[in-house]
Design a protein around this ligand. Structure first.
Ligand code: URA
Length: 204
C-alpha cells in the first residue's frame, strides 16, 4: 500500500510537538493506550532511530524503547559505540496497540491507516531534528519512512535516499532478535544487528 503525504505539520520545537501529541485523536489507538509515547532526544540529533510503536512498558513509562526490545537496543548501541543520549529515538506509531489476554497485553501490529495517521507526527519530528541519517528499525518504520511496504530482508544494511533527500538506513527491529528461540541463531542475528549499528555509527 502506498501511503500519501498530508499537510506538513508546523511546530516551533520538539517540545511543542510532544505537547500537542498528548491529546492526539488522529486514529483510534489513543482510546485503550495509557498515553502518547513521543520521541525523545536532542532537537538536532545527527541520527534518528524509528521503531514500530510503544510496547507494554513504553506505554506505562511514556518513553520509547525502555522494555525488553529497548534493552537489546541499548546493549547493541553501546557495543557499537553510539551514545543513545546523543540520538533521537521515536516510533512510527505513538500509541500502544494491543490485545488483552488475561492480565497481559499482547502487542498487535499497527495497520497502514494507523501508520499513515501517525506519520504526521513522524514528519514533524524529522523536520525539526533534520538528521543526517534516519534508521528504520523494522518493516513498520521502513513503511512509514519510505511511504510503502518494503522488504527489510532485501534492503537491510543499505541506505535508501528519499525524494526529499532524507537518507534512510534500513535494518531489523531489535525485538526480532528476542523472538529467535535457538541461542546460536540468536547470537548470529545479534551480531548482524551490531554490524548494522556499527555501519550507522560511521554514517552519522
Ligand atoms: N518496540 C518498538 O518498536 N518501540 C518501542 O518503543 C518499544 C518496543
Amino acid at each position: 500500500t502506498q501511503l500519501s503525504f498530508d499537510e506538513q505539520p508546523d511546530f516551533p520545537t520538539i517540545e511543542a510537538a510532544r505537547e500537542a501529541a498528548r491529546t492526539c485523536r488522529r486514529c483510534q489507538l489513543w482510546r485503550d493506550a495509557t498515553q502518547t509515547v513521543f520521541g525523545e532526544g536532542p532537537e538536532h540529533a545527527a541520527v534518528v532511530f524509528v521503531g514500530e510503536q510503544p510496547g507494554d512498558q513504553e506505554d506505562l513509562a511514556g518513553r520509547p524503547f525502555v522494555g525488553p526490545a529497548g534493552h537489546v537496543f541499548d546493549d547493541v548501541l553501546e557495543e557499537a559505540d553510539i551514545d543513545r543520549a546523543k540520538t533521537y529515538v521515536t516510533n512510527a506509531v505513538k500509541h500502544f496497540k494491543f490485545e488483552p489476554r488475561g492480565k497481559r497485553r499482547l502487542h498487535m501490529k499497527p495497520n497502514a491507516g494507523e501508520i499513515q495517521a501517525c506519520r504526521w507526527w513522524l514528519d514533524a519530528e524529522l523536520s525539526l531534528t533534520r538528521p543526517k541519517l534516519v534508521v528504520a528499525l523494522g518493516a513498520t518504520a521502513a513503511q512509514a519512512l519510505l511511504g510503502k511496504a518494503v522488504a527489510v530482508t532485501k534492503l537491510r544494511g543499505s541506505v535508501v535516499e528519499r525524494d526529499d533527500g532524507l537518507r534512510v538506513f534500513v535494518t531489523i527491529h531489535p525485538s526480532f532478535i528476542l523472538r529467535i528461540p535457538e541461542e546460536i541463531d540468536k547470537q548470529a542475528e545479534r551480531r548482524r544487528f551490531l554490524a548494522d549499528m556499527r555501519a550507522v555509527g560511521k554514517l552519522m
